[in-house]
Design a binder for this molecule. Structure first.
Ligand code: AHR
Length: 322
């Protein structure tokens, strides 16, 4: 090869688009990597939420690193630290409880990795620790449950004794759903919460705690307010085993609107469910792409939701996606 030819080839190589020099497909853009720390698999809702996130990531071409915390905050903190160490592009998580996140969120911020909160909020005075929070308004869900009860019992005389199955202690939905419900029922002193305990958002715990409520209060109980459908479904079993009729002897209100709740309503065992949508995957992936592209995203993205009394269950059931 002449000196000139060698020079021409070198110049050509320098100018040629790199893609032309690489094997087919190797020049394709690197996918965005999202680290997602999920609460666990405690409920039908959570399973639908996980499925929504996994399928939306696939659809969006986002590489998902998924970690299940089995309802333990320490596992979520470990997962977030590992995402930071792996230098993912974005971290998203659904915090099991509200408090105790500032140190790890500061680590993510120092590593310049944007954080998205999905479903549940964190308690922090520094909103710069996360980019956006997308999910339901849990206080409003509690209010919807309360308003339905007040309307249903408006003509009744005498006390309305309520037992409450709370969600996971310290979690945003447990705190807020209690708050919203109490805000509404306090307007009339006939509504009395006579027992309130956590059922940790699971069917097994919901059943166990309802058994204890029934043992302690028996036929005094008029209403069960469960912070999610799974606990209500567990409690329905306990009520039946105690020889009572759920949905009749005890009015049952719950939250989520999962298919299991519609089945219970169609069987006449659950009176109403307030919707809380787990289908956050597509919204999350859109936000992740916007963040990576440097586009602004709103600080709070609230999910639109309804309420389904048992009379609407048969008609709505075929339309349910989760
Ligand atoms: O954070 C949402 C709540 O968590 C859902 O109501 C419940 O079912 C889930 O476990």
């Amino acid at each position: 090869m002449t000196q000139l030819n060698r020079r021409t080839l070198a110049a050509g190589l320098a100018c040629a688009p790199l893609a032309a020099l690489l094997p087919h497909g190797a020049w394709a853009q690197k996918p965005i990597v999202l680290g997602f720390s999920q609460v666990g698999a405690e409920s039908e809702w959570r399973t639908a939420n996980t499925e929504s996130i996994k399928s939306a990531a696939k659809e969006a071409g986002i590489e998902l690193k998924f970690s299940d915390a089995q309802q333990k905050q320490e596992n979520q903190i470990k997962a977030i630290r590992s995402f930071i160490a792996q230098r993912v592009d974005v971290i998203a998580f659904s915090p099991v409880v509200e408090s105790g996140w500032e140190p790890v969120l500061r680590e993510a911020k120092a590593a310049k990795i944007p954080v998205v909160l999905t479903d549940r909020a964190v308690n922090t005075k520094d909103p710069s620790l996360y980019v956006t929070f997308m999910g339901s308004d849990f206080v409003e869900e509690g209010r919807k449950a309360g308003r339905w009860l007040v309307e249903k019992m408006k003509d009744g005389k005498g006390d309305v004794n309520i037992v409450e199955l709370q969600g996971t202690v310290g979690s945003a939905p447990a705190i807020d759903r209690k708050k919203g419900f109490e805000e509404i029922i306090k307007a009339d002193p006939k509504f009395k919460i006579i027992r309130s305990q956590t059922g940790d958002f699971t069917r097994a715990k919901g059943k166990e705690v309802m058994e204890a409520f029934l043992k302690a209060e028996g036929k005094k109980i008029n209403v069960l307010y469960a912070h999610n459908d799974d606990m209500a479904i567990g409690a329905i079993q306990a009520i039946e085993e105690a020889g009572m009729k759920p949905g009749k002897d005890i009015t049952i209100i719950s939250i989520d609107a999962v298919k299991g709740a519609f089945e219970a309503m169609m069987a006449g065992k659950l009176n109403v469910t307030v919707e809380c949508s787990p289908l956050l995957g597509p919204q999350l992936m859109a936000a992740v792409k916007d963040i990576k592209a440097g586009k602004p995203v709103p600080k709070r993205i609230v999910t639109e939701e309804g309420i389904f009394p048992m009379e609407t269950a048969a008609q709505e059931f075929p339309k349910r996606k989760y």
